[in-house]
Ligand binder design. Structure first.
Ligand code: KIV
Length: 283
């Protein structure tokens, strides 16, 4: 689908004028189970959302923003205010995709009621359509509680980065039979509790296939399997912003290289008094 945005830079960079576009809905995403693959990327800013939106079905304001935007070492330190500020920016910058916002660590695990209060604030203050939370069977009552009260929930099983301190690292999960069985049971529990989609992260491929076959909702893989109903990547990984490339990432560009080249050229021209030129001056 092609959607073009005219960015009115004469007034503001923040208010593009889109052609009329209808936003996708959570039920439309649910219906894609076993159908056309679902495209999801993370986004954290309005401008990136504008650029990604025409190509995506879902934009995830992931708590990966803690590492990607804020330079934190884990997602455990991400706050609700960070998620809300970036979530609202992504909603403002998008017109077509369903925007999903991660509930940060410590804001929802306590009880379904606590999760409801956090999720309601997220949806109210951002305009997003859904929230994502990490965890399996233990979070199933919360997924049910929120879903029954009008809050669509995307669940997340397998490698769950908010649990890095308990897991001991970011290695792939499900290598032992017992661990694979537990992750499959987790996936079934949150799916039966009513999540509208399920992120399956960092698991051995046969387990991702088994989960996709076992649950009624679409699965979105990251380090999982092409058999999943959709795929997600952290946008900065996909664009080549970082030197470290995890196994599950493909770099579709080298943005860090382009930025380095542009900054090098700018610095050289400033130092040589070759910028600004006549073209940039007010006469
Ligand atoms: O926080 C995030 O970006 C995520 C995706 C990697 C699924 O949870």
């Amino acid at each position: 689908m092609s959607t073009t945005f005219t960015l009115d830079t004469s007034t503001s960079r923040a208010h593009p004028v889109p052609e009329p576009v209808r936003r996708l809905t959570v039920p439309a995403i649910q219906k894609r189970k076993g159908g056309e693959p679902i495209v999801m990327l993370t986004a954290y800013t309005a401008r990136m959302a504008q650029l990604l939106d025409p190509h995506c079905d879902l934009l995830l304001v992931g708590d990966s923003l803690g590492q990607v935007i804020y330079g934190l070492d884990t997602t455990v330190k991400v706050t609700l205010d960070m998620m809300i500020a970036h979530g609202a920016a992504v909603v403002r910058g998008s017109y077509r995709s369903v925007v999903v916002i991660d509930l940060p660590f410590g804001t929802y695990e306590d009880s379904p009621e606590a999760a409801f209060r956090t999720a309601a604030r997220v949806l109210r203050e951002t305009g997003a359509a859904a929230v994502k939370l990490e965890g399996g069977a233990v979070m199933a009552p919360t997924v049910k509680f929120l879903s029954e009260r009008g809050i669509p929930v995307m669940a997340h099983v397998g490698l769950t980065p908010q649990a890095v301190n308990a897991l001991g690292g970011y290695g792939a999960r499900g290598r032992s039979e017992a661990e694979a069985a537990k992750i499959l049971a987790d996936a079934k529990a949150v799916a039966e509790a009513g999540c509208f989609a399920l992120v399956v992260e960092g698991v051995v491929e046969p387990l991702a296939v088994a989960i996709t076959e076992a649950v009624a909702c679409p699965t979105i893989g990251i380090g999982a399997s092409p058999a999943c109903d959709g795929q997600v990547l952290v946008v900065d990984d996909m664009l080549g912003m970082f030197e470290r490339v995890p196994r599950f990432v493909e770099r579709f560009d080298d943005l860090a290289g382009h930025i380095t080249a542009a900054a090098t050229e700018y610095a050289a021209r400033v130092r040589a008094r070759a910028f600004p030129t006549d073209a940039q001056l007010y006469r």
